[in-house]
Ligand binder design. Structure first.
Ligand code: UD1
Ligand code: CA
Length: 453
């Protein structure tokens, strides 16, 4: 079935009080409109048209590569007027599905159900609400057949008591909408062209309307304010947490887990509280992540442990590594199996070999470190002269004494030793000892100056 999807995204979003167009605000790290587009793409043979207005340029730019097309609605004259802008893009014989850029959590399965019901006439998605105020009400006859949608502002006291509300999501044969939308009137309380008026029109034409009652209010909830955005964020995070737990991940507290991207875990992964996962993250079997960690676009192989308050970004980590607490692995870090990067250590574009240790208070950048190397506390690779970045190469089994400065470009050979406190500016050959620091002088009988009383 050919499905032409129209996503309404022209509204201003005044209550967000933001310079950013509303549909660009994120839920789970993805702009709301992006979520709707991704869901729409799951429905099969789709052509997606996004109706933009406020902040049109920013929305267009952000989704330029998403394969959707845009139509501009210069004045927001109502939802019916908005959908009508897309009529030139309707394909012959297609079903049209109307979605909203600010209703980000709608599920493909629900939409498929709605589409099935819309082959011959309109199908709308409704939900039952304890407090239906503000929404359009679904009016059914005594046989339960949908008759009309009446907006809150146009409703009489009897209609206001109806608790079945219109979510706004609707599917209908495209040729019917193409005929009816241009004929809508704006003779109503808001002076708008209501999409919802196509329901009564269909009934007048003796084309039955199907009302599909959804079971999940969160799925069809719209975002008009930061508070609603936060509510949907929590709902999404709870769902994502439950997916991970169902797959066998231990979350120390599912209410304090944030995934803004994708997370793939092996068996028996444990994630402590307040961790944030961004982009694409893969954790191997038995990986343990301590509290308050940020992991972005990285993979950690089996058995690796990340202690509290560590940050790992664009990095790849081998098996059984130990990271943190308070470590920062910046882009281009590659740890081989069994490597250790301890507290207050920062790495960037650094390869650290099998079993090598950088345990305390170091900066290792633009470096290649071999296997079984020990880098003492406070060691710094001086990789930047203010203009150029240069490389430090450290061979297998080298031992770098504490508080050394390795001035790049420089190479330390395999098995070499650097004395503590050295500033190394020249190559150290394999198995040599390099000591580059002031020689200690001891002066006996030295009198310290004394204060005159
Ligand atoms: C609409 C429905 C109402 C339903 C409610 C669910 C109509 C007439 N009413 O009401 O039955 O219960 O949604 O939330 O459809 N938009 C445009 N261009 C416009 C007007 C709106 O793009 O000219 C977009 C808005 O950005 C928004 C969406 O359409 O995302 C809904 O518009 P809004 O004015 O909020 O409709 P409601 O009054 O909430
Ligand atoms: Ca609304």
């Amino acid at each position: 079935m050919a499905i032409d999807i129209v996503i309404l995204a022209a509204g201003k979003g005044t209550r967000m009080r933001s310079d950013l167009p509303k549909v660009l605000h994120p839920i789970g790290g993805v702009p709301m409109l992006g979520r709707v587009i991704e869901t729409a793409k799951q429905l099969g043979d789709v052509k997606i048209t996004v109706v933009i207005g406020h902040g049109a340029e920013l929305v267009r730019e952000r989704f330029a590569d998403s394969g959707v097309q845009f139509v501009e609605q210069e004045e927001q004259l109502g939802t019916g007027h908005a959908v009508a802008q897309a009529i030139p893009h309707f394909r012959d014989g297609a079903t049209v599905l109307v979605l909203y850029g600010d209703v980000p959590l709608v599920r493909a399965s629900t939409l498929r159900q709605l589409l099935q019901e819309s082959e011959n006439g309109p199908a709308l998605l409704s939900v039952i609400m304890d407090d239906p105020s503000g929404y359009g009400r679904i009016v059914r006859d005594k046989d339960g057949q949908v008759q009309a949608i009446v907006e809150q502002k146009d409703a009489d006291a009897e209609t206001l008591k109806i608790d079945e509300i219109n979510t706004g999501i609707l599917a209908a044969p495209g040729h019917l909408l193409a005929q009816w939308l241009p004929e809508l009137s704006n003779n109503n309380a808001q002076g708008e062209y209501y999409l919802t008026d196509v329901i009564a029109r269909s009934v007048r034409e003796n084309i039955a309307v199907t009302g599909v009652i959804g079971s999940d209010a969160v799925e069809v909830a719209g975002v008009n304010s930061r508070i609603q955005q936060a509510e949907l964020e929590r709902a999404l995070q709870r769902d994502q947490a439950e997916v991970q737990m169902a797959l066998g991940v231990t979350l120390m507290d599912p209410a304090r887990f944030d995934l803004r991207g994708t997370l793939e875990c092996g068996a028996d992964v444990t994630i402590d509280i307040n961790c944030v996962f961004e982009g694409s993250v893969k954790l191997g079997n038995g990986v343990r992540i301590g509290p308050n960690c940020l992991l972005k676009n990285c993979q950690l192989a089996a058995g690796t442990v990340v202690e509290a308050n560590s940050i790992i970004e664009d990095a790849s980590v081998g098996e059984a590594c130990n990271i943190g607490p308070f470590a920062r692995l910046r882009p281009g870090t590659e740890l081989a199996n069994g490597a250790k990067v301890g507290n207050f250590v920062e790495t960037k574009k650094a390869k650290i070999g099998v079993g090598s240790k950088v345990n305390h208070l170091s900066y290792i950048g633009d470096a290649e470190v071999g296997d079984d190397v020990n880098i003492g506390a406070g060691t710094i690779t001086c990789n930047y002269d203010g203009v150029n970045k240069s490389k430090t190469i450290i061979g297998d089994r080298a031992f770098i004494g504490s508080n050394s400065a390795l001035v790049a470009p420089v190479e330390i050979g395999a098995g070499a030793t650097v004395g503590a406190g050295s500033t190394i500016t020249r190559e150290v050959s394999a198995d040599e000892l390099a000591v580059a620091r002031g020689k200690q002088r001891n002066i006996s009988g030295w009198q310290r100056p004394v204060k005159k009383s």
